[in-house]
Each structure stands twice: as structure tokens, then as C-alpha cells.
Design a protein around this ligand. Structure first.
Ligand SMILES: NC(=O)c1ccc[n+]([C@@H]2O[C@H](COP(=O)([O-])OP(=O)(O)OC[C@H]3O[C@@H](n4cnc5c(N)ncnc54)[C@H](O)[C@@H]3O)[C@@H](O)[C@H]2O)c1
Length: 295
């Protein structure tokens, strides 16, 4: 079966990015969310991103229009009856995803593969709510989707080789690189990254270096584009904390124990850039060291 049309469920940060790269690389995309307002918001973000590419001369105005013309809007999962492949990027909530997949399992043709972009919900537990666990897979993109080149292809216990191969082909056509990963907590990248971040928090707790110097050292010494604390502020501290919680629950390994300092910051409501304060202070419009907390 040739995959021509893809349903993307969820038009938020990830779903919008996935829809954009799929459409940019020739797929017909059906972009679905719970309301037309949310679908349109997703589409207008895509348009802004494409405008940026046109400005940088990475894409012509004509290509932009062609890309947008390949995306159609949907507020009804019944539209899944017309597609060849599904990528789900709705809220990170088991009940929400379970309902979506149970519906899609009824709606989509039997040969259609269902993929989830979940970061922390076991693919096995989502596959098991459908009658097609062999055609169920994890497709874990990274944010921002148009920029980040990796997709972790998560094979659950019953995912077939053909499902894996088709999913990889789709990711490659979207100009992404793939790695095959087992369905374990945190998959590969988030698991390794959490262990690294835990060590950074431990160094801060022990006073090995200041927070600013840890960020500087990791950027200049390891060539990371952002230090761990800057990145945590960018992503949102509560999201980082949830990753630790999932991994600690999954492995019961003390190295994933949520760092106390991070717990305290989240308790204070200092969640990073979006609240104006996190590991740094952004209230002046610039990133400044914090002078108002006792670490
Ligand atoms: N943000 C990241 O860095 C990142 C990275 C990798 C994977 N993920 C995963 O991607 C998924 C989406 O994350 P996000 O950051 O884009 O979230 P988001 O909140 O920006 O977007 C989620 C969208 O899903 C929509 N939605 C909720 N329920 C729905 C339903 N029943 N039907 C259709 N649409 C529905 C919401 O209205 C929202 O627009 C999550 O599973 C998340 O764990 C996120």
C-alpha cells in the first residue's frame, strides 16, 4: 500500500510541526483537532513557519502555497476513513489517547497503521486498545519538528516488521533520520538525557559550580547549543520534572529520582520562560541570573 494521505491528530506544537513537514514533503495531510479554532491556530503557525522559510529563501512562495494546499482541516475523526496512515499528537494523557485510538480503530481501513508521538505512555498500552497491535507503533518526533532531524521509531511487542519499515519510509520522506528503539520508559533520548540532567542538578546541589557556569561548561565543553538549565527554562520545568517522575516510576532506579531543587522550583510556580522566572530571570526581557532565590 502506498501512503499518500496522513491524518495528524492534534494541531498543537508537535502536531502542527508534523503536519508541516509531511505536507512539505509531498504528503496530503488531514489536520485534526477538537475545534476549528484550534485547527486554524495550528495552520496559522504552519503558515508563519513557512513564511520564515520563504524569507530566508529556503523555499519559494509557490512551494509555500503548494504545501498549504496539501493540508485540509478536520474536526471529526471520521475523516480517518480517507487516510493511509495516522500520526497522533494529542494531549499527553492516556484516557485521551485511548479514546482517540479506539475510535480510529473502528474508522480507519484495516491496513492503516496507527502511530503515536507520545513521550511517556507505553506504546504497548495504546496498541492494546486497538484490534491491530501489529499495525501500531511509536513515532517520537523532537521539538521543534521542522528543525530536529531525529525520529525514534518505537516498536512495541507486537509491532510488525512491515509496520516498522513503512513508518521508517515515511519518516525518511519527511527528511528525518530514524532509530529503532524498544518500548521502554523514556525511550532512548529522553532516558539518556535525564541521566545527564540528573548529574547537572547533583553538581548544582553539591556546589561544584554555579548554575551559570554549569550551563557555560556544557555549551563550550560538550558543544551543546544550550546549557541544561537554559534548556529546562525553555521547555518548562514541570515538563522536565514529569520526565524524571516517569523514568523513576518505570525503572525504580535512584539515578532518575526527581531532583529536589527542581521539585522546589516547580512548587514555587517558577516554571521557566513562560512564567518569567525559572533557573534564570526573564522579567526584564533578557536572560539574567536570579538574585531572589536561595538555592
Ligand atoms: N512538546 C514536546 O517537546 C514533545 C516532544 C515529543 C513528543 N511530544 C508529545 O506530543 C504530543 C503533543 O504534544 P504538544 O506539545 O504538541 O501538545 P500541545 O498541547 O501543544 O498540542 C496538543 C493538541 O492536541 C489537541 N487535542 C487534545 N485532545 C484531542 C482530541 N481528542 N482530538 C484531537 N486533538 C486533540 C489539543 O487541542 C492541542 O491542540 C504529546 O503526546 C507529547 O507528549 C511532545
Amino acid at each position: 500500500m502506498e501512503v499518500k494521505r496522513i491524518l495528524v491528530v492534534g494541531a498543537g506544537l508537535m502536531g502542527g510541526g508534523i503536519a508541516q513537514v509531511a505536507a512539505q514533503n509531498g504528503y496530503e495531510v488531514v489536520l485534526n483537532d477538537v475545534s476549528m479554532e484550534l485547527v486554524e491556530r495550528g495552520l496559522s503557525n504552519i503558515e508563519k513557519n513557512l513564511d520564515g522559510q520563504v524569507k530566508k529563501e529556503k523555499m519559494s512562495a509557490e512551494e509555500k502555497e503548494q504545501t498549504l494546499a496539501r493540508i485540509s482541516k478536520s474536526v471529526d475523526l471520521a475523516d480517518g476513513g480517507q487516510v493511509d496512515f495516522v500520526i497522533e499528537a494529542a494531549f499527553e494523557n492516556y484516557e485521551v489517547k485511548k479514546e482517540i485510538f479506539q475510535k480510529l480503530d473502528q474508522i480507519c481501513r484495516p491496513e492503516v497503521i496507527l502511530a503515536s508521538n507520545t513521550s511517556s505512555i507505553p506504546i504497548n498500552s495504546l496498541a492494546s486498545v486497538t484490534k491491530r497491535p501489529d499495525r501500531f507503533i511509536g513515532m517520537h518526533f523532537f521539538s521543534p519538528v521542522p528543525v530536529m532531524r531525529l525520529v525514534e521509531v518505537i516498536r512495541a511487542l507486537k509491532t510488525s516488521e512491515e509496520t516498522t519499515r513503512i513508518t521508517e519510509e515515511i519518516a525518511h520522506r519527511m527528511k528525518k533520520e530514524t532509530v529503532r528503539v524498544k518500548d521502554v520508559p523514556g525511550f532512548l533520548v529522553n532516558r539518556v538525557n535525564a541521566a545527564f540532567r540528573a548529574e547537572c542538578y547533583q553538581c548544582l546541589l553539591e556546589g561544584v559550580a554555579s548554575l551559570e557556569d554549569i550551563d557555560k561548561a556544557i555549551k563550550l565543553g560538550l558543544n551543546h547549543p544550550m546549557g541544561p538549565f537554559e534548556l529546562a527554562d525553555f521547555v518548562g520545568l514541570e515538563i522536565g520534572l514529569n520526565v524524571f517522575r516517569t523514568l523513576y516510576e518505570g525503572y525504580k532506579d535512584p539515578k532518575f529520582k526527581p531532583p529536589l531543587l527542581l521539585e522546589k522550583m516547580v512548587q514555587c510556580g517558577d516554571l521557566g520562560r513562560k512564567t518569567g522566572k525559572g533557573w534564570y530571570d526573564y522579567t526584564s526581557g533578557e536572560k539574567k541570573p536570579r538574585t531572589d532565590i536561595n538555592l
